[in-house]
Ligand binder design. Structure first.
Ligand SMILES: Nc1nc2c(ncn2[C@@H]2O[C@H](COP(=O)(O)OP(=O)(O)O)[C@@H](O)[C@H]2O)c(=O)[nH]1
Ligand SMILES: [Mg+2]
Length: 232
């Protein structure tokens, strides 16, 4: 049976990006289904997404966080029989042209990551501050939790259905950006294999980043909790 594939895109104030992004996704991969999880973006991203053909929109009442947005999208994908489920940002930092190569990793692995930190990968137009932040977060998370994957904070990913079924989505402690690290940790703990393909992460041209000091502290706290806490 051929795989049934979907990509989940969390959005918060991505009005300039969402339409061209979905166009670019369908140019790169005509049959790929798209789920947008919008948190009642004040700039009307949800209404724009609702009008795009071939997009399933999940609207939530307010800004509930990147992690819970992914969980909502993953549940929809599981309920609707998808066998390969991806995730990407809405701001073109994740080049849609890579989607076929990313999902192809699932031919031989349980989890696929678009990776900045393997040969051929990198970042473009990101200031020194963001490059440093990303590198440090990645190195520290790998040091704390002993990942085999190289880019553990990348949001450009895909999973086999079995992975999302095995990792208890409700039990995840992180609701924000640190979800990405926690989820990958649970994947590796469950013995799932991870493959990586290089990406050039490009800084967004439109809109603004939702990364915040609160997300950074949440991430650090979460690493300590995962490393030293009792929670399963
Ligand atoms: N639904 C939802 N999406 C979010 C939230 N926070 C960030 N996003 C989306 O997550 C993706 C990554 O966020 P971004 O601001 O680009 O983070 P950065 O790339 O680390 O600067 C983008 O598509 C955002 O619109 C949130 O609380 N809810
Ligand atoms: Mg971004």
């Amino acid at each position: 049976m051929s795989p049934k594939s979907v990509v989940v895109i969390p959005t918060y104030n991505e009005a300039e990006n969402i339409q061209p992004l979905i166009q670019a996704i369908h140019k790169a991969w005509a049959g790929l289904h798209v789920v947008v999880v919008d948190d009642d973006s004040p700039d009307g991203t949800g209404d724009i997404a609702a009008a795009i053909e071939g997009v399933h929109l999940i609207r939530r009442a307010g800004k509930l966080g990147l992690g819970t947005a992914y969980v909502a999208g993953f549940k929809y994908a599981l309920d609707h029989g998808y066998t390969r489920i991806g995730g990407m940002d809405a701001d073109f930092s994740h080049d849609p042209a890579v989607l076929p190569a990313l999902f192809a990793l699932l031919d031989s692995h349980d989890v696929g990551i678009g990776s900045r930190y393997i040969p051929g990968g990198g970042t473009r137009n990101w200031g020194l501050h963001r490059r440093f932040l990303s590198r440090s977060a990645n190195t520290f998370a790998r040091f704390m939790l002993g990942f085999s994957a190289r880019d553990v904070t990348s949001g450009y990913r895909c999973y086999r259905r079995e992975v999302l079924e095995a990792v208890e989505l409700e039990a995840l402690a992180s609701h924000g950006y640190s979800f990405l690290v926690e989820f990958l940790y649970r994947c590796e703990q469950n013995g799932f294999s991870v493959g990586e393909t290089p990406i050039i992460f490009e800084d967004r041209a439109q809109g603004t980043s939702k990364m915040s000091l609160g997300e950074i502290w949440g991430g650090v706290r979460n690493l300590f909790k995962l490393r030293f806490g009792k929670t399963a």
